[in-house]
Design a protein around this ligand. Structure first.
Ligand SMILES: [Zn+2]
Length: 367
């Protein structure tokens, strides 16, 4: 028998379970195998064992691979969910920080409000005109708007600097004006109590209190001390005719500003027309005021008169306080009607020549 005969090759190709010995011992129990047949039989059985072992090894190997893949997937999923939860936590932490910062601000406001409630007596409620007036640490708010004029003053130690929202709105506005080919800049922004004091004092010493009251705010009564307004570009009356002034009149409302002392409202605001002085009140209120064609005093139902100020001084008392006169010490008379800037400039020159004081700025810079 030739063991290398081709007919045995089928064992190499058949699946293990199809491999069966050629000889059935049950039937052939009586049959005496020759040594060659025995050897062949042994070889076949050895091959079968080897194949089974090989199959087993393959099965184990396959299972190991599957297990490894499953393990890898699990590790991946776990890592992903870990990272996701880490990210979520981080985001929540961030959000928390934001919320805390956001909560801090209203807390301050609440503080101010509770203070207001504590310090405001009868004024806290709406009056018959429907306006709500509040006094907070010496500041007067009408319908939540800080009012500073001849009737309502600011405490001497109130020094907030320029309001950040007002500054941001101003920057946005100047950028827009620049796009329209116009250059707007701050002539005068925040002014401290002391700065206003010396400004007013200089006018009063030069022209007397009566004239000073026409061109400059008394210390504590300037909106500039509140940090909510800007004098833009020039404070000369001729500014009204410039493209810049026209642009401001048309567009400042879009950025939350109003022209604070409009033409025709002089008797109500207590000040001459100032096309350069803009007050920040926020977009909504600015729009409302502008659409209604009112000045701030009309809008809030208040006056602007030193006679109405609770600790306002008469011109005589003011002159005494400052050590100056009520009337012009040089006997000058001033024709300061709003439309007559030439006369105004002439009187400025006269005042300058007769004075010991040096004037760094124009007359019309004191509101
Ligand atoms: Zn001003």
């Amino acid at each position: 028998m030739d063991y290398n005969d081709n007919r045995y090759d089928r064992y190499d190709e058949s699946p293990v379970n199809e491999l069966t010995p050629l000889i059935d011992y049950e039937d052939l129990s009586h049959y005496e195998l020759t040594p060659e047949e025995k050897a062949y039989e042994e070889m076949i059985r050895r091959r079968i064992r080897e194949r089974r072992r090989a199959a087993e090894r393959r099965r184990i190997k396959r299972n190991r691979t599957v297990a490894l893949v499953i393990l890898l997937v699990i590790v991946l999923v776990v890592c992903r969910s870990c990272y996701a939860s880490h990210r979520k936590k981080r985001d929540e932490k961030k959000a928390d920080t934001k919320i805390t910062t956001a909560e801090k601000k209203p807390a301050k406001q609440e503080n101010a409000e509770s203070k207001a409630e504590a310090e405001v007596s009868d004024d806290g409620a709406e009056d018959e005109s429907g306006h709500k007036m509040q006094q907070v640490d010496g500041l007067t708010f009408v319908d939540g708007i800080l009012i500073v004029n001849k009737t309502y003053s600011l405490p001497e130690d109130y020094a907030p600097g320029i309001n950040t929202a007002a500054q941001a709105a101003f920057d946005e506005m100047t950028a827009a004006a620049f796009n329209d080919g116009l250059y707007l800049y701050v002539n005068s922004g925040y002014r401290s109590y002391d700065e206003q004091y010396s400004l007013y004092y200089d006018y009063a010493a030069e022209r007397g209190v009566a004239e000073a009251d026409k061109v400059s705010s008394r210390p504590g009564h300037s909106e500039h001390q509140a940090g909510l307004c800007f004098d833009v570009n020039s404070t000369e009356e001729s500014f009204a005719n410039t493209n810049e002034a026209k642009w401001i009149a048309a567009h400042c409302v879009e950025y939350g500003f109003i022209v604070r002392f409009p033409k025709g409202k002089e008797a109500i605001t207590g000040y001459e027309y100032e096309p350069w002085h803009i007050r920040f009140v926020g977009k909504e209120i600015a729009k409302d005021i502008t659409e209604k064609g009112l000045c701030l005093e009309e809008y809030l139902g208040v006056t602007s008169d030193y006679a109405d100020c609770k600790d306002g001084l008469s011109q005589e008392r003011m002159a005494q306080e400052l050590g100056v006169t009520v009337e012009d010490p040089y006997g000058n008379t001033y024709d300061d009607t709003a439309d007559n800037s030439d006369d105004w400039d002439d009187s400025y020159d006269e005042g300058y020549e007769q004075s010991d004081y040096g004037w760094n700025e124009g007359w019309d810079n004191g509101y």
